[in-house]
Design a protein around this ligand. Sequence first.
Ligand code: WT7
Length: 669
Amino acid sequence: MCPPHTSCTQPQPQPPARTLTPTLPRNHPSTPHLANLNEYHDLYQESLRDPDHFWRAMATSALHWDQPFHTTRHGSLEAGDHAWFLGGRLNASYNCVDRHALATPDKPALLYEPDTPATSQARPQQITYAELLREVCRLAWVLRDLGVRKGEIVTVYMPNIPEAVVAMLACARIGAVHSVVFAGFSAPALRGRLQDARSRVILTVDEGVRGGKTVAMKRVVEDAVGGLRYGGEEADVQCKCLVVRKTGSPVPWCQQTQDAWWHEECARWPGYSAPEAMGAEDPLFLLYTSGSTGKPKGLLHATAGYLLGCAVSGKYVLDLHPADTMFCAGDVGWITGHSYSVYTPLVLGLATVLFDGTPSFPTCARYWEILARTRATHFYTAPTALRLIKKGNGNAYAAAAVHNLERLRVVASIGEPLAANVWQWCHDTLDGQVHVLDTYFQTETGCHAFAPLAGVTPTKPGYVALPFLGFNPVLLDPVSGAEIRESGTEGLLAFDQPWPSIARTVWGDHARYMQTYFAQHKGYFTTGDAAFRDRNGYFKVLGRVDDVVNVSGHRLSTGEIESALLSHGAFAEVAVVGTEDALTGQALVVFACLKNDLEDQKTKSQLRQSAQQHIAKWIGRFAVPRKVFLVDDLPKTRSGKIMRRILRKILEGEENEFGDLSTVNIPFP
Ligand code: WT7
């Protein structure tokens, strides 16, 4: 039954007709945490009916508290002051490292897979919990020595290497806030994020290596901080920069940063440093993500609520057990990496695989080989990577490798819908022996908001199944804002009560936080996605209703790309839209009007290319648009708003379905 305080009139979700009922996979270490779907229903309803009791029990059992909390839940979505576990004190690095280092010091915590594969017989490089503790403590000393104080933001611009995890945990240990910036961002994008956070300490590497190519990351940092000045300050910022020696190529120390080698600094300090007891609501990290406007927003997560979301979703959704090994292929620079490469496996005391490469280098067998070598039980990736492997003959490799994957039980995907055919391919390729889960979450939700529970929830390919504990989803009518109660309908996806791992604010701009998520529909958190609910209460996510585009699992704002393009100088007006792409999910397409006087200076093809290069320079190569159309005019409403909807329809070949065109200029000659 629906919880009594909600006005929901739907029947209790029942497994839809066309589902695949889970069976216990081979080699399950014990039994799933929940025995069946009824146990999920009971737990779920308790989480909504009595959140105080439910989350108090969860938080007490899942986390180590230095001081117990007195108030489980405070505030409301409407007021934007929701807070959890008040009065409680804890340390995230203690929860993720120390308690496991004490209990199982020799257990592997990190398994590292570099870009260039080792021979298939070679064991992966391992870091045990005891070693991880020492590394985290040493860096904690170094950070303190660099003057980093509680609450200060440390920027981590690193690839997927163990030091990135050490960096995050060392910040957490001393109460500093980490801001990991995806290694694919260019210097200006990094600079914008440094500036917004007013960050003065940067952790990076000499060079990154991806797909066999090196990327001069320290150079990018140097470019990002050159002449950097924070508002209200007279002089350029003097940043401190700690550099991991990864490739060993010479990197010149620069003028404006006080540079030091990571290993030299860490070697000077002892292998233990006491963790700082942090308030439950003290920030753990901020992570920049794209919104509707040009400026990325730093979403801030609170220590206890976020960690709890990781622990509870890892346990119930992924069905993680102590002997499991998690391989999440997401980058540490995005929320997937934060939650499911780092905090979930470590808070549960498991081994996590960090892979610093790409799915197709040197061949599309790479993921399968890593899974075989690390003997991983869980594989988390994006549909775009699965499509790439599928296309790149991944099934042939998988067929050859599948006998080596005897420990693999769960394959989960995130970032965009896992199409039924890809779901089926994955299921068949792995001999029907694994649970293939389509999971849904956002940087904002911190942990899963929807997912089938591994081993428990019957799967319906194409659907993200049922809401996770504590999430009460509603579908809203986009015009009236009213809740849509009928099943078999779609609407704006929102949640009507706070959950522990919800992001607490946009760094430095709480008004923007309120405006983006809570203002349009009072009393709800709006996701920015549309969703469909079938008659059995199963949900399907239909895609964004704002200007966010998802390319290969990278969340991009069309507004951000438009602002970058306008700084190019040749374009008077631009509009960027997302279009469907068989491999990357969505791809970016630019419609640009030239400034008249510039038209003759370069050929159109040169201009198209230079627009693409400009995006690579200002945002990063991963954001380069697939196509640039140079047009005479853009379709606009009478009030001058660019009608991106029409541009999207043109790309979809639906030119004849515009409806009334009296307000529109069609841009094609
Ligand atoms: C947006 C959030 C690698 C990104 C991790 C997510 C989309 C996420 C699904 C899914 C359909 C999905 C949504 C969401 N999305 N999962 N299973 N089916 N769409 O974090 O970068 O904050 O992106 O990803 O549009 O709002 P994010």
